[in-house]
Design a protein around this ligand. Sequence first.
Ligand code: CP3
Length: 351
Amino acid sequence: MILPSDHPLVDGRTATSNLVRAYRGDRPEVTPVWFMRQAGRSLPEYRRLREGTEMLEACLNPVLASEITLQPVRRHGVDAAIFFSDIVIPVALAGVDVQIVPGKGPVIASPIRSAADVAALRPLDPATLAPVAEAVARAVAELGSTPLIGFAGAPFTLASYLVEGGPSKDQQRARTLMYSDPQTWATLLNWCADVAGEFLKAQVLAGASAVQLFDSWVGSLSEQQYVRRAAPHSKRALSHLRGLDVPKVHFGVGSGELLKAMHGIGADVMGVDWRIPLDVAEDRLGGGVPLQGNIDPALLGAPAHVLEAHVRDVMERGLAAPAHVVNLGHGVPPDTNPDVLTRIVELVHGA
Ligand code: CP3
């Protein structure tokens, strides 16, 4: 499969954008910046639009989802839109009963804990992804030369929600299943890889110019277990994009020990959390890998001069990589003053 001729990377709209150039290893004059979770609760215009609509319903409403995707681009002048959706959307579309509970996160009605539970999972019918493709196409039509980033949850992170039944501190139940029944674990992670892969593919074919695979909770694995029990499935998720030449970003929280192994699944760019400086990350990767990150979200609430010094330090350390896209080390906290984000964009663009 190849990108359609009217895709923004092919028809010239986004191929020379600062974001895509940086993701491909180039250093544009102005450093690009966007924020994980930039579309969401930190924006009053988001809260207004979401009033009376459940999260999953909002994600599957193409008009609403595209509008929410565009809000932070208009407000902050960031270099990319990230598609407004959630990592559990393809899981829900495959028929799993999941809700997103405000203040908590995804909650699974019947957690998947046995071989029989895994055997009962049905594959995702690609036709159910139509509202996702439509929302992406609508947003891309408005974005012009600003690239849209598509995303999915990596198999380990998706599986940890499915097994735990909801958010958990250290994914202990999931890891217990991983050790106790490697066969069932592998079957579950392959299922997750395929739903995530189809979700990514639908976004790319509809016009996403890059993708980010979030393995948010992967930091609970040792490197050895990651390589053996998670990485092959993450690779499988990306294999759904075979032939589609879009930059692939990979990110996990607390993944400083895993960076090199995570890069090895076929990522082009590594997202780094706030726990390790970018120059150290680049060193661990052995050099030559574009980086994204890694402003500590805790600093968004700090005095302006403290935040500014940190942003400058992040940019300085980012020079150790062939290319750098500024971002946070994890998502925007809901109580962030959005003006702070706008100021960071101005600072990065003016540096
Ligand atoms: O701007 C963006 O990043 C856009 C879209 C986006 C959302 N979720 C919207 C959302 C993305 C990329 C995600 C990914 C996601 N979802 C991840 C990976 C990224 C990460 O943060 O590590 C994970 C782990 C999830 C699961 C999830 N969904 C959580 C932990 C939560 C937060 C729960 C809460 O209320 O604190 C959600 C809900 C969610 N996803 C919201 C948004 C805007 C909040 C929903 C609301 O408005 O009530």
